[in-house]
Design a protein around this ligand. Structure first.
Ligand code: HEM
Length: 126
């Protein structure tokens, strides 16, 4: 069932489902496997999943737990291209459509595409 409200619990579900798709994906998956490994139960993944749930909760709920610099790690991941970002967004949108009703999914889509655009601009990707 699609959630009709945003809370920390359904953000955690959204993040988990997104990375399940990412790990299956030949375009985006390798960047995460290189950094965090293949097993979402390991410590590096646990840290990442919590970080990303906090990140989206800071955006959607004003939650104060995330205190990072979201862009910084993307400078050192190897060659990210426009197609990498497009595929990332495609997987993220598909996840949002599964987890949230359209009105909420659309809000996350808008935020994520703005951030992806900023990341691409910072990386000099056209
Ligand atoms: C080309 C697409 C992308 C790839 C391959 C990618 C990959 C990664 C990887 C591998 C990490 C972990 C880095 C580490 O632990 O050292 C990471 C961190 C992160 N990513 Fe991405 N990412 C992409 C796009 C995005 C987008 C569009 C967003 C936001 C809308 C985002 C948000 C974040 C955040 C918040 C972190 C954690 C930053 C921190 O350490 O505080 N990423 N990303």
């Amino acid at each position: 069932m699609q959630a009709n409200t945003v809370n920390k619990e359904n953000i955690e579900i959204m993040v988990m489902r997104f990375y399940q798709k990412v790990l299956q994906d030949d375009t985006v998956g390798p960047f995460f496997i290189a950094k965090l490994g293949r097993n979402m139960d390991n410590e590096a993944w646990r840290v990442h999943l919590k970080l990303l749930a906090d990140f989206w909760a800071s955006i959607a709920l004003g939650d104060a737990a995330y205190r990072g610099n979201p862009f910084a790690p993307h400078m050192y991941l190897g060659e990210l291209k426009r197609e990498t970002f497009e595929q990332w967004l495609k997987l993220f949108y598909a996840t949002l459509d599964e987890v949230f009703i359209p009105r909420i999914a659309d809000q996350f889509k808008e935020r994520s595409s703005i951030i992806a655009g900023n990341f691409m601009r910072n990386l000099g990707i056209r």
